[in-house]
Design a protein around this ligand. Structure first.
Ligand code: TXA
Ligand code: MG
Length: 321
C-alpha cells in the first residue's frame, strides 16, 4: 500500500477550505464525494482537474433540503411530491434532474452548460452537516480519478487521490457502495439515467407507471454514463461460471466453485453492492492476477446497479463501436 502523510480532517477544516474556493472529500451513504462550492467557478474547475474529468460531464448539486434547491431550480408541485417522498419519507439515494432557474448563480461548470441540473440530498450525517454548515449547494462527483472505481472507504480515497487533495473526512465504509439512482423528471415519461441505490421497481411502484431507461451513451443526455467506467487496471470478465487460469474469481451466493471473494454468501444484493467496489479495488493486483471474473448477478432491485457497474468495468476499449 502507498503511504501518504494525510490527516483525517474535521468538518470545520473542510468548511474553511470550501469557503476559500478549495475542495474536500466527504463520505455520503453511497460513495465518497469530492465537494466544492457549486457557485464558485474556481472550486468547480478544481474538481474537474483533480479527477481528470471531461468538462462536458456535469456534476450533482448536493443540498440539505428541497427549499435550498428551490433557490436555483424550477420544481413543479408534482416534481416536489416525488422528490419529497424519496428524500424525506424514504431517505433514499436518488438524484433528480430538474430545470435550472434562468438567473441561477450555480457555476456553469457544474451543469456543463446544460439548462438542467442534477440535485441530491445525501442521507449521511457527515455530508448533511457539511452542507448545512456551509449553507449552500455543494457540487460533488464521486471522489475518484475519472473512469476508475468510486471509493467506498477512506482508504480507497487515499489510494486514489491522496496526493491530490488536502482534506479527506473519514466516515468509515459507505452503507450502499454504489452511487445514487439518477432520474430525469424533466421528461415524460421520466427517464432512469443511471441505476443506483434506489431501485427502479420502487420508483415505478410509487409513480404507478413505468420508467423509460436511458440506453444512450452520448455526451449530452447522461455524460457520466460513458461505457468505460469503474475500471480496475486488469481485465474484468462478467457472467463467469468459473475462473480462468490466474484470474481472481468473485462469487455471489453459495457455490461449489472455489472463489477469491464472495459478494454475499447469503445472496443479499444490498450486501453485494456494499462490497463490490472495495473487492474490485483489493483484487486489482497485476502481480497476482491476470484478470477478475465475476459470477452472474440477478437484475432485481439494486442488482441492476451492480450489473451496470460491472458491465462498464468489463468494457474493452478496443471493442468500442
Ligand atoms: O451517489 C452519488 O450520486 C455520488 C455521490 C458523491 O453523491 N455522486 C456521483 O457523481 O456519482 P458523479 O459525478 O460520479 O455522477 C453524476 C452523474 C454523471 O453521470 C453526470 O453525467 C450526471 O450525473 N449528470 C449531472 N448533471 C446532469 C444533467 N443535468 N443531466 C443529465 N445527467 C447529469
Ligand atoms: Mg463517478
Amino acid at each position: 500500500m502507498k503511504e501518504f502523510k494525510i490527516m483525517k480532517n474535521t468538518i470545520e477544516q473542510a468548511i474553511e477550505l470550501l469557503r476559500g474556493g478549495d475542495i474536500c472529500v466527504c463520505p455520503t451513504e453511497t460513495v465518497y464525494g469530492l465537494f466544492g462550492d457549486a457557485k464558485n467557478d474556481v472550486a468547480i474547475q478544481r474538481i474537474y482537474k483533480t479527477k481528470g474529468r471531461p468538462s462536458c460531464n456535469p456534476l450533482i448539486c448536493h443540498v440539505s433540503s428541497i427549499s435550498v434547491a428551490l433557490d436555483f431550480c424550477v420544481i413543479s408541485k408534482e416534481q416536489e411530491r416525488i422528490i419529497d417522498y424519496f428524500w424525506n419519507e424514504k431517505n433514499r439515494p436518488i438524484t433528480f434532474i430538474v430545470n435550472l432557474k434562468e438567473n441561477s448563480d450555480i457555476s456553469n461548470f457544474v451543469t456543463a452548460g446544460l439548462k438542467t441540473v442534477a440535485i441530491r440530498r445525501p442521507n449521511n450525517k457527515i455530508a448533511l452537516e457539511l452542507i448545512e454548515k456551509f449553507n449552500g449547494p455543494l457540487a460533488a462527483p464521486s471522489a475518484n480519478t475519472s473512469t476508475r472505481l468510486s471509493p467506498t472507504s477512506y482508504d480507497m480515497v487515499v489510494l486514489d487521490l491522496g496526493d491530490k487533495v488536502q482534506c479527506i473526512i473519514d466516515g468509515g465504509e459507505c452503507r450502499f457502495g454504489v452511487e445514487s439512482t439518477i432520474l430525469d423528471i424533466t421528461r415524460s415519461p421520466y427517464v432512469l439515467l443511471r441505476p443506483g441505490g434506489t431501485s427502479k421497481e420502487e420508483i415505478e411502484e410509487f409513480l404507478g407507471s413505468g420508467l423509460e431507461i436511458n440506453r444512450n451513451d452520448t455526451c449530452i443526455i447522461a455524460p457520466g454514463m460513458m461505457k468505460k467506467h469503474y475500471s480496475p487496471s486488469i481485465p474484468v470478465r462478467i457472467n463467469a461460471s468459473f475462473p480462468l487460469e490466474n484470474e481472481a474469481f468473485i462469487a455471489f451466493g453459495k457455490t461449489d466453485v472455489p472463489y477469491t471473494k464472495n459478494l454475499s454468501l447469503s445472496g443479499d444484493l444490498m450486501e453485494a453492492a456494499h462490497n463490490l467496489f472495495r473487492f474490485l479495488k483489493e483484487l486489482d493486483d497485476k502481480q497476482k492476477y491476470s484478470g477478475i471474473s465475476i459470477m452472474p448477478i440477478p437484475m432485481d432491485g439494486i442488482g441492476r446497479a451492480i450489473n451496470d457497474r460491472i458491465s462498464r468495468a468489463s468494457y474493452k476499449e478496443d471493442k468500442k463501436n
